[in-house]
Design a protein around this ligand. Structure first.
Ligand code: HEC
Length: 96
């Protein structure tokens, strides 16, 4: 019984960590390489003016461009295991 409780506590701890790790860490691990500095015309993190015309394309298009690539934006943006939800969160995070 004690062992089961400990296991449950561990699982909760791990999933809480995984959730807390998402957007900011994903950004730093993957997108920041280009979106922090704006190399190759990448819209910069937090640069509302650069993101505004892109956001007008709509979330579905931006998601597709993040996953499939768009001009110099590489497919998946160096994140091989990001989910759709994570890409959407990353786009919101960078365009705020
Ligand atoms: C190797 C550099 C690089 C990395 C890494 C990168 N991007 Fe990009 N990204 C670009 C460039 C360059 C553009 C601008 C493309 C253009 O419009 O010419 C861009 C554009 C975008 C756009 C806008 C596309 C559009 O339709 O206007 C989105 C959304 C985006 N990136 C998401 C991401 C996400 C999310 C990540 C991390 C998972 C990421 N990018 C990682 C280079 C990168």
């Amino acid at each position: 019984m004690k062992k089961q409780l400990m296991f449950a506590a561990l699982l909760i701890g791990v999933s809480a960590f995984a959730q807390a790790a998402t957007t900011e860490q994903r950004y730093k691990q993957s997108c920041a390489a280009c979106h922090a500095t704006g190399v190759m015309q990448a819209p910069k993190m937090g640069d509302k003016a650069a993101w505004a015309p892109r956001l007008k394309q709509g979330e579905a298009t931006l998601l597709a461009h993040a996953k499939n690539g768009f001009k110099m934006m590489p497919p998946k943006g160096l994140c091989n295991d990001c989910t759709d939800a994570e890409y959407k969160a990353l786009i919101k995070y960078m365009s705020k």
